[in-house]
Design a protein around this ligand. Structure first.
Ligand SMILES: Cc1cc2nc3c(=O)[nH]c(=O)nc-3n(C[C@H](O)[C@H](O)[C@H](O)COP(=O)(O)O)c2cc1C
Length: 187
């Protein structure tokens, strides 16, 4: 797919199934992440690849987070939470590893990590894969963080669900650039 076509037509796929991205496709996705803008080239992102049993384990962490918070759950609700990471055959967890730097505030390092997630989403789409960037409260929960080995100086920027889109892609919403772009005129 042409780069501009990917940039102007990318959309998320909430429903994903097997086949999972191949090793080669994952490689291109992560290479793309490493092209994200990065002030002072700090490389503030790292990524975890979750497949198979690891997805089940992530669901267990999601459930453990709710149980730790005292959330009352019916058996059906427990099952739904356990199954959340199984909505795709692959998840890449994008983590921002933040460091003190004299010129690069940590918020800029988070921006860079977020740009990396967008790059991965585009790289997936350009290869005919589907993706969906998710966070939710679990991304910030200590049980999930520590279960995934996220350190104190790190933040989960997103769970990028990856796989084969189920059915046709959703329609594209047309945007008028002029609703978002204006000429800044000086006096
Ligand atoms: C930081 C971030 C977190 C997100 N978390 C969720 C989420 O937890 N659940 C969800 O349904 N969409 C989430 N989204 C939005 C979707 O990834 C997606 O962008 C949105 O549904 C719009 O669809 P589109 O990407 O096709 O335009 C998140 C987006 C961002 C940037």
């Amino acid at each position: 797919m042409d780069a501009l076509e990917a940039l102007t037509t990318r959309r998320s796929s909430p429903r994903l199934s097997a086949p999972a991205p191949t090793h080669e496709q994952i490689d291109i996705i992560v290479q793309s992440a490493l092209r994200a803008a990065d002030h002072a080239l700090l490389r503030p992102s790292r990524f975890l690849l979750l497949q198979d049993q690891a997805l089940t384990r992530l669901g267990e962490l999601f459930l453990a987070a709710d149980i730790a918070d005292g959330v009352e759950l019916t058996p059906a609700q427990r099952e739904k939470i356990l199954n959340k990471p199984l909505r795709a055959p692959t998840i890449i967890v994008a983590i921002a590893a933040l460091q003190e730097h004299p010129k690069v505030p940590t918020i800029e390092q988070e921006y860079s990590a977020a740009a990396a997630v967008q790059c991965m989403s585009l790289a997936a789409y350009a290869q005919g894969l589907g993706s969906m960037w998710r966070t939710g409260s679990k991304a910030y929960h200590e049980i999930v963080r520590s279960g995934l080995g996220v350190q104190l100086n790190e933040k989960i920027i997103g769970f990028l669900y990856l796989g084969t889109p189920c059915g046709p892609l959703k329609g594209l919403v047309e945007h008028d650039v002029n609703d978002y772009l204006s000429l800044w005129e000086t006096d």
